[in-house]
Design a protein around this ligand. Structure first.
Ligand code: ZN
Length: 238
């Protein structure tokens, strides 16, 4: 499963269209930005789907949630451009830190899956021990639930009009996992990942993205002797 050659990310055959479901601006760059950069370089069509705009992500008393949301949306769009991600969509109606496992969110995700018809989905591992952020857990659970329902004709049947059809996704890759079984060599794109992380200026403060990316990347790469890597739990849906 691991990427031994450095020449390919080794996604399943036919895995051309990739959906990345995240909770907040900056999640993708921090947690799988190197892999996204490589997938974009290899010509994959990548879609970011954000459940919130990260409107609670500040310690400043001077910024309102609405202004922060607008700022972070722009930061996310710039970061996606750096990595080569062509499509960035934000769901409406979900506030940062208030995302729950609901039928409404499942339905929204099912609709996007049926519209975009991805071959492969990336999202949070909702079962990671000590996954503190409630949004990360909820987004991971709802994404898996949505994959289970998107393929069933009688699930959310009101969506199946104007030519929209059920869609089956086979492969899911969980990032931010404590049970990795798939590693991607990001040594050649680490600088790109850091550049994309820096786009999230509102989140930087005294934080050093380069030190963070090098430390996390080298930790993830140790097992397979990569200088820098990102680790995933790959699961094939039956
Ligand atoms: Zn997050």
């Amino acid at each position: 499963m691991s990427d031994q050659s450095g020449s390919s990310v080794l996604l399943p055959p036919g895995g051309q269209s990739i959906l990345v479901v995240i909770a907040h601006p900056d999640d993708a760059e921090f947690l799988c930005g190197g892999t996204i950069a490589r997938l974009a370089q290899e010509g994959h069509d990548i879609h970011y789907l954000l459940v919130t705009r990260g409107d609670k992500g500040t310690d400043s008393a001077d910024v309102t949630p609405a202004r922060l949301a607008a700022l972070r949306e722009q930061e996310q769009r710039r970061a996606a451009e750096v990595l080569g991600v062509k499509h960035v969509t934000f769901l409406e109606g979900y506030a940062d830190s208030e995302v729950e496992v609901t039928l409404a969110l499942r339905s929204d995700l099912v609709l996007v899956i049926r519209q975009w018809k991805p071959d492969v989905v990336f999202t949070f591992d909702p079962w990671r021990r000590n996954e503190v952020h409630p949004d990360h857990r909820a987004v991971g659970i709802c994404t898996l639930d949505a994959l289970a329902c998107a393929r069933v004709r009688l699930s959310f049947p009101e969506q199946l009009r104007d030519g929209l059809t059920p869609h089956r996704v086979r492969d899911i890759y969980y990032f931010s996992t404590d049970q990795p079984n798939h590693w991607v060599d990001i040594s050649n794109v680490l600088d790109k990942k850091i550049e994309a992380m820096r786009c999230h200026e509102s989140q930087m403060g005294n934080f050093d993205p380069e030190a963070f990316a090098r430390r996390r990347g080298s930790q993830a790469g140790i097992e397979h002797k990569y200088k820098y890597a990102e680790a995933f739990h790959h699961y094939v849906l039956s």
